[in-house]
Write a new protein. Structure first.
Length: 268
C-alpha cells in the first residue's frame, strides 16, 4: 500500500511564484506517485458549485474522494476504486481546520483507519488540544495511520530554538521553549513517526518549496505520516517528493509512504 499526504495550498488555485492554477500539476504529481490513499489539506473551495473541483480532481487522478468542509481549510481523502470505504466522519468541533476519519478495506477485507489532520497554524496550545481530540478517536489495536500537516516540529529532529527564524519561533514556542507536545503525544499513544523511523537523524524539510523560497519561515518538517505500532515492521520506504513539479505545485512538498505486511500477503 502506498500512501501520500500533501498540503496543496489554498485549493491549488491561488497565486504562488507567478502561477495561479496549479491543480493540473498537483494531479500529475499524484499520478506519478501512484498512491492508493491520498490525504490532502487546504482543499479550499472544492465544495463549491456542486463540488465541481473535487469531482474534476477525482477524474484526473482516477480515485474516489471524501471531503470535510470546516470553518478553516477543507481536508480531503482520496482512495483508489479497488478499496472499499467502510466508515467516514469529519471532526470539526474544536478545530481550526479539521480532520477526516476514514476506514478503508482492501481486497482481502483488511481494514486500515486513516485520520487526515490539519492542525492549527499558530498557537501550539491549540495544536495540542486538536491532536488530543484526534487521539481520543483511536482504538488501541486497530491498524491506524494519522497523517497530514501537523504545523508542528518533532522532538525527534533535534531542533535548536536558535536555529529558527522569529516567525517560526512564534508558531512553535510556549513559555520560551519549543513545544513538542504534538509529536510526544502521538508517540505516547503508540504511534511511530514513519519518516523518523526510516531516516533517523536526517530530517528532510517538507516546507518551503522552491516556489516559496522567499518564505519568512525556517525550512522544517511539518508534514507527517504516523502509523500505529503494529505497522512498524511493515514500513518499507518513505520519501519527500522533490522534483520539478513538486517544486512549484505548492508551498509544501508531498510525502509518500510505502508499507507491506503479512496480512496483505507481502503486497505493497
Amino acid at each position: 500500500m502506498k500512501i501520500m499526504t500533501f498540503n496543496i495550498l489554498e485549493g491549488g488555485d491561488s497565486l504562488l511564484n507567478n502561477l495561479t492554477y496549479r491543480l493540473d500539476t498537483i494531479a500529475r504529481i499524484v499520478r506519478g506517485a501512484n498512491p492508493d490513499i491520498v490525504a490532502l489539506q487546504e482543499c479550499t473551495d472544492w465544495d463549491k458549485d456542486g463540488q465541481k473541483t473535487l469531482h474534476e480532481f477525482e477524474r484526473q487522478v482516477g480515485m474516489l474522494a471524501l471531503l470535510a468542509v470546516t470553518n478553516g481549510f477543507p481536508v480531503g481523502l482520496l482512495v483508489k476504486p479497488d478499496y472499499g470505504i467502510m466508515f467516514a466522519d469529519a471532526l470539526t468541533k474544536g478545530f481550526w481546520h479539521g480532520a477526516l476519519d476514514v476506514v478503508v478495506a482492501d481486497a482481502d477485507n483488511v481494514t486500515t483507519r486513516f485520520m487526515n489532520v490539519h492542525l492549527h497554524p499558530n498557537d501550539p496550545r491549540v495544536k495540542f488540544r486538536e491532536i488530543s481530540k484526534v487521539l481520543e478517536q483511536y482504538e488501541g489495536g486497530e491498524r491506524t495511520i494519522i497523517l497530514g500537516d501537523m504545523n508542528s516540529l518533532s522532538h525527534l529532529d533535534k531542533i535548536e530554538l536558535s536555529d529558527l527564524s522569529e516567525q517560526t519561533q512564534s508558531r512553535q514556542v510556549v513559555d520560551g521553549a519549543l513545544d513538542f507536545r504534538v509529536s510526544r503525544s502521538l508517540q505516547a499513544a503508540g504511534f511511530v513517526d514513519a519518516y523518523a523511523a526510516l531516516h533517523a537523524g536526517n530530517p528532510e524539510p517538507t516546507i518551503p518549496t522552491r516556489a516559496a523560497r522567499g518564505s519568512i519561515f525556517t525550512p522544517a518538517r511539518l508534514d507527517y505520516i504516523y502509523v500505529s505500532r503494529d505497522l512498524r515492521s511493515s514500513l518499507r520506504s518513505i520519501e519527500v517528493v522533490k522534483n520539478d513539479d513538486s517544486d512549484v505545485a505548492s508551498d509544501h512538498y508531498p510525502l509518500v509512504l510505502e508499507i507491506a505486511d503479512a496480512s496483505m500477503n507481502g503486497r505493497t
